[in-house]
Design a protein around this ligand. Structure first.
Ligand code: AN7
Length: 354
């Protein structure tokens, strides 16, 4: 059967019925790519894989949750959806709402979402409202509006979002033909770590011998690390604007995932995020957005700290949650500059050193 997105593929694990109208852009089925160059660079005794969620239709993992949230919104008769967003949720909501022919309202923190994401929300025809506040304030407004007016909230507090996003864990298990031992991932509003943990638990329940439970290793940016610090951060800051979140909605569930899996939620600095961002692009040929590189930054940090030293060869998955093209400005300001040359072959030869 031709691939038609995560709802058709994983129907039996999802809260849908024959009556649910499926709104899909054929999300999911993203590549799991072995990162041999990173492994070698770090002298890592094991296998590292990158789950490249930037290959989803709108360029981030949010599409897995959004196909569910929008399909269920349509099933319940909703004519409009709303979300707060650091960028990717709004891009995804705008696209799926366009496909479903319903209204989409997005609340974003003014000046703090990357240009690619903003361009997606506007071109898909969403009502884009920039608020003079941060994501956490935008989310409070979106929750309030959806509780008082006929408009469906499609942030990850909407349980259908988590249901859709858990399918990424199924794909990892199927690609490896077993579970990984560790999964590294960024943590922002903390919905995705909750979703993956749910997905791994589903497969573990179905086939406990084959699919064991990985340790969930979540990473927040140091300037936006409420779970690590143990209290909400009033003014979160980080270069990784996607995870610039000071009071995650799924805080408690993320801690449960960490504790049940014997994993960690830790922080990495912006410098570590940008280093990992460049390494992934320059050594593996994969362009992810800065927030996504938090997973690899966490893996690099733990490898350098000899975390895996006495454990033996393990399989590690790092989730790359969004595509690098979402945020070209960060790439251009953090890589070698392009050079200007005259229309002259000798000049070019001398510059490139042939
Ligand atoms: C690339 O779009 O919160 O911990 O509003 O865009 O599930 O929030 C995005 C989050 C990681 C964190 N990587 O996931 C939004 C938003 C990327 C992201 C996260 C986000 P969660």
């Amino acid at each position: 059967m031709p691939y038609k997105g995560i709802i058709e593929k994983y129907r039996k694990y999802l809260p849908v019925s024959d009556e649910t109208p499926i709104i899909s852009l054929h999300e999911g089925n993203t590549p799991l790519i072995q990162a041999k160059n990173i492994s070698k660079k770090l002298n890592f005794n094991g296998e590292v894989y990158l789950k490249f969620e930037g290959m989803n239709p709108t360029g981030s993992f949010k599409d897995r949750g959004m196909t569910m949230a929008i399909s269920k919104a349509i099933e319940s008769g909703s004519k409009a959806v709303i979300c707060a967003s650091t960028g990717n949720t709004s891009a995804s909501a705008a696209a799926y709402a366009a496909k479903a022919k319903i209204k989409c309202v997005v609340l974003i923190p003014e000046g703090k979402i990357s240009f690619g994401k903003l361009s997606q929300a506007v071109i898909h025809g969403a009502e884009v409202l920039e608020i003079d506040g941060n994501f956490d304030e935008a989310l409070d407004l979106a929750k309030d509006l959806s509780s008082r007016y006929p408009i469906t909230l499609v942030n990850s507090i909407n349980p259908f979002r988590i249901e859709g996003q858990k399918t990424a864990a199924y794909e990892v298990c199927e690609s490896l033909e077993e579970s990984p031992d560790y999964q590294f991932m960024p943590v922002g509003n903390a919905g995705n770590i909750a979703a993956y943990w749910k997905g791994y638990k589903d497969y573990n329940k179905a086939e406990p011998e084959k699919y064991t439970l990985p340790k969930m290793m979540g990473f927040q940016a140091a300037g936006s690390a409420p779970i690590v610090e143990g209290h909400p951060i009033a003014n979160p800051e980080t270069v990784a604007t996607a995870i610039r979140i000071g009071n995650p909605a799924s805080w408690k569930i993320a801690e449960e995932a960490r504790d049940e899996s014997c994993g960690v939620i830790d922080k990495i600095t912006d410098e570590e995020i940008l280093e990992a961002y460049r390494i992934v692009a320059a050594t593996e040929g994969i362009f992810c957005e800065p927030a996504s590189a938090a997973s690899v930054a966490g893996f690099i940090k733990y490898t350098r700290q000899n975390y895996f030293k006495d454990i033996g060869p393990v399989k590690v998955v790092c989730v790359l949650t969004g595509h690098g093209l979402k945020d070209p400005n960060t790439a251009v300001t953090n890589a070698a500059k392009s050079k200007k040359v005259r229309v002259n072959i000798e000049d070019i030869v001398s510059v490139i050193g042939l």
